[in-house]
Design a protein around this ligand. Structure first.
Ligand SMILES: C[S@@+](CC[C@H](N)C(=O)[O-])C[C@H]1O[C@@H](n2cnc3c(N)ncnc32)[C@H](O)[C@@H]1O
Length: 339
């Protein structure tokens, strides 16, 4: 089905008027968020939450990362979606509610939307207000009949889907879309808890279409997170500016360098900020001393073989309905259904 045809089909239903983005209270920089930052900095090794990578500048830098020659993830996942979106849509069927977690630019989603003209509503959720605003603007332009109900929220905290009863009662099912291997940013146990929490958020049939990166050679993985142009380094270092701005911290960007390490025994890439020298940093009313070469871990990116991910999903009460991989098995997209 072409864009034009699907837009006609959608325009038969009424689109909501343009509106300010809904925002969950959890996105505020309140005491709970500061406590999370301080607790992470107290750990050994020190940690900062990866969700802080995504302010307006972080979201822009992430979009540049997706275009880098070293960062295969977006290109390969887009290729899988392009090739199989029709089949995915047939598994999803008519009148579904599509809820995307960490929707960013919603670029991948469009491949699905083109195949799902009878979608009940699309709910993009992201912590980055600027990314969500821009994507909702272009979705409204490209799909004028689509019911878009966006939500600025931190999905690691509790959130309520912005869906009125009349929509959920007539929907065939709820479909979570979670591309980008963002599930890999959770520790494996936390990923199980997160998927289980999604499943319990609403009764009734559910599916989850989720992108999962696979383990591969260090020579591919480390440059993917530490590119020659230094865009990923700028993305990682920007997190310190976010902490400075939101929590009254005194991190100096020039006091740190970016590093990416593949740990095959753990099945994850780690992103670090490495202290260049001994330094004292203030965060709110706390001070911390960093030694030369001491690291702050900013992101873990777990990679799973399809059968290992199927086991993880099973522990959360989902079973695999279908898995699509590219020919070189660089990336996988799983369609899960509630067991
Ligand atoms: C790796 S990017 C993936 C973006 C897009 N889904 C894709 O596949 O290209 C992660 C996205 O999740 C969002 N994000 C990260 N942590 C989040 C959180 N805790 N709650 C909501 N959104 C989050 C970021 O703003 C960003 O848009």
């Amino acid at each position: 089905m072409t864009h034009a045809q699907s837009n006609v089909a959608r325009s038969l239903r009424e689109a909501p008027a343009s509106e300010a983005l809904r925002s969950a209270p959890s996105v505020a920089t309140g005491p709970a968020e500061l406590a999370e930052v301080l607790a992470g900095l107290d750990e050994s090794p020190r940690r900062l939450p990866c969700k802080l990578l995504y302010d307006a500048r972080g979201s822009e830098l992430f979009e540049r990362i997706t275009e880098l020659p070293e960062y295969y993830c977006t290109r390969v996942e887009l290729g899988i979606l392009r090739e199989h979106a029709g089949e995915m849509a047939r598994h999803i069927g008519a009148r579904a509610l599509l809820v995307e977690l960490g929707s960013g630019s919603s670029r991948k989603t469009r491949l699905l939307l083109d195949q799902l003209p009878e979608l009940q509503a699309y709910v993009p959720i992201d912590i980055s207000r600027s990314a969500l605003e821009a994507s909702v603007r272009s979705l409204r332009r490209l799909y004028p009949g689509l019911d878009v109900r966006s939500l600025v929220a931190d999905y690691t905290r509790s959130f309520k889907l912005p869906l009125p009863a009349e929509l959920t009662q007539t929907a065939s099912k709820l479909v979570w879309f979670f591309p980008g291997s963002t599930i890999g940013n959770f520790e494996p146990g936390a990923a199980v808890d997160f998927l289980a929490r999604l499943r319990q958020l609403r009764p009734g049939p559910q599916q989850c279409l989720i992108g999962v990166d696979t383990p591969k050679d260090r020579a591919i993985l480390e440059p993917a997170y530490d590119d020659a142009q230094g865009v990923t380094a700028a993305f990682n270092l920007n997190l310190l500016q976010v902490v400075n701005r939101r929590y009254g911290a005194s991190f100096l960007g020039r006091g740190f360098r970016h590093r990416a390490v593949w740990r095959p025994e753990e099945g994850r890439v780690e992103m670090h900020l490495v202290s260049r020298y001994r330094q004292t940093v203030r965060v709110a009313h706390h001070t911390l001393q960093l030694e030369p070469d001491e690291i702050i871990v900013t992101e873990h990116c777990y990679k799973y073989e399809p059968e290992d991910f199927a086991r993880l999903a099973g522990q959360a009460g989902f079973e695999v309905e279908c898995v699509w991989l590219d020919a070189q098995r660089r990336f996988s997209v799983h369609l899960l259904q509630s067991a």
